[in-house]
Design a protein around this ligand. Sequence first.
Ligand SMILES: Nc1ncnc2c1ncn2[C@@H]1O[C@H](COP(=O)(O)OP(=O)(O)OP(=O)(O)O)[C@@H](O)[C@H]1O
Ligand SMILES: [Mg+2]
Length: 329
Amino acid sequence: MFSKPLLHEDAQHWLAEMRERRVLVIGDIMIDEWIWGRVSRISPEAPVPVVAVSDHSFTLGGAGNVANNLRALGASVGFAGIVGNDAEGDRVIGMLEKEHVNHDFVLRVDDRPTTRKTRVVAHNQQVVRADWESSAPLRSQDVSDFCKKLAKGISQYDAIVLSDYAKGVFSREIVETALVGKITVADPKPKNIDLFSGVTCVAPNVFEASGATGLDITDDVQLTKAGLSLLERLNCRYVVITLGERGMALFGAEGEHMMIPSVARTVFDVSGAGDTVTAVLTLALAAGAPIISALQLANFSAGAVVEKLGTATATSDEILAFIEEIPGE
Ligand SMILES: Nc1ncnc2c1ncn2[C@@H]1O[C@H](COP(=O)(O)OP(=O)(O)OP(=O)(O)O)[C@@H](O)[C@H]1O
Ligand SMILES: [Mg+2]
């Protein structure tokens, strides 16, 4: 069954309702560092190109990109995660502050670096990537400090996003601290999926759903099997499987089953589209939108961001303009 199209007036209504809602993002945050330049010679030291740097920039990635997407929609956002006691940790906090994201729940630890991915890009081509990271679980003292911080402030929020990039933030204790009767949406990595049992909605992409269930999702029969099996296994209200260019599939505990086809016109960069889906879906549910409207809005928002370069966000006006331009809407 395919969903009916979302009307422009409905989208406008829900986007207005979404502004000022309070969402807490819990998850693995990272710094994306970009070194831009040109290659004009090979190094005399080793057979590698020498990049003459012309620009150097930083963006928030992972769970930080979900927070950015929520801010672009006017939500009031808090972030809970782990950074190292290092210069990059200061940078994460500075960047959250600049985006007006509350960082009171960020815990700084001294046994791991702040996750950072450094890309060297020459002539618009990535030359190499260097990762600073540890995906070891948190020390038990850090887990209990983190949970204490969370428990203190979580009631201020209308909804919670659990954004898992498998860098060690999540444990069952932390997820349980977040399960306080609010809307909770998890974007899990397959190896951690069982940690998210009991959330309102779990939203893996098709590869993650396949990894978590062991099913080879090559057709709708396998897709349905995977969706229903996750629904039962995780005891959640909804499972949303994002399918890249095919859109997304919804499975609900009350028998809801819906396919939402993608809507992008020109695809430039799909990275981060999953973060946009998680952000919009959570915020729309927090605003009281029915699941189908929330997913359609998330689908349009993802369509708008894949038309931009880099991990991107979309504002309400951009989403509305996009809906107006899609034929048939
Ligand atoms: N090639 C595409 N064409 C049209 N829409 C797309 C395309 N890729 C992604 N989308 C939109 O973005 C949504 C999420 O994409 P996808 O399933 O790739 O998530 P993801 O793999 O979690 O992304 P990421 O991890 O890079 O953030 C899709 O449901 C769809 O709406
Ligand atoms: Mg994803």
